[in-house]
Design a protein around this ligand. Structure first.
Ligand code: DAT
Ligand code: MG
Length: 150
């Protein structure tokens, strides 16, 4: 089982899409093991997106991510990192396939609704940035058997 960090970005919150976006992840079989509505500080945005520092879109990205509350979620499931990236779709809304979150709910390139960790290393780093270990919950769901790896 893998864990990944998902952020519902300020545009998802502002556009009242929280429920529908979380529903996509739940429908697929991912388990919510942590969740918080929060305001990202400039410092947290800078750390989270440190790989993009110096790029032309960086300042706008930090401004966007700190412009209003986000929903941070820790999700768990079989190959969760890659599965969530596929559910999200391509980075830009204008490129993302229909059937994906970015493809179905937005057309903007920068305002693209969701973040998802892109590797096991990133997932571990990002989960630690957004959650204390005590705020991640291990629990059984009645359909765990049907979402198992085999
Ligand atoms: P992703 O969010 O799909 O992992 P990324 O990590 O490459 O994409 O970039 C982080 C965010 O930065 C992305 O969600 C939107 C924004 N972004 C990336 N490339 C951009 C670009 N060329 N112009 C504007 N915004 C961009
Ligand atoms: Mg990324």
């Amino acid at each position: 089982m893998e864990r990944t960090l998902i952020l519902l970005k300020p545009d998802a919150v502002q556009r009242r899409l929280i429920g529908r976006v979380i529903g996509r992840f739940e429908c697929k079989g991912l388990k919510v093991i942590g969740m918080r509505l929060m305001q990202i500080s400039d410092e947290l945005a800078a750390t989270h997106y440190e790989a993009h520092q110096g790029k032309p879109f960086y300042a706008g990205l930090v401004q966007f991510m700190t412009s209003g509350p986000v929903v941070a979620m820790a999700l768990e499931g079989n190959k969760a990192i890659n599965v969530c990236r596929k559910l999200m779709g391509a980075t830009f809304g204008s490129d993302a396939d229909a059937g994906t979150i970015r493809g179905d709910f937005g057309i903007s390139d920068g305002f693209n609704l969701v973040h998802g960790s892109d590797s096991p290393e990133a997932a571990q780093r990002e989960l630690e940035l957004f959650f204390d270990a005590s705020d991640l919950h291990s629990y059984d769901l009645i359909d765990d058997k049907w979402n198992a790896t085999e």
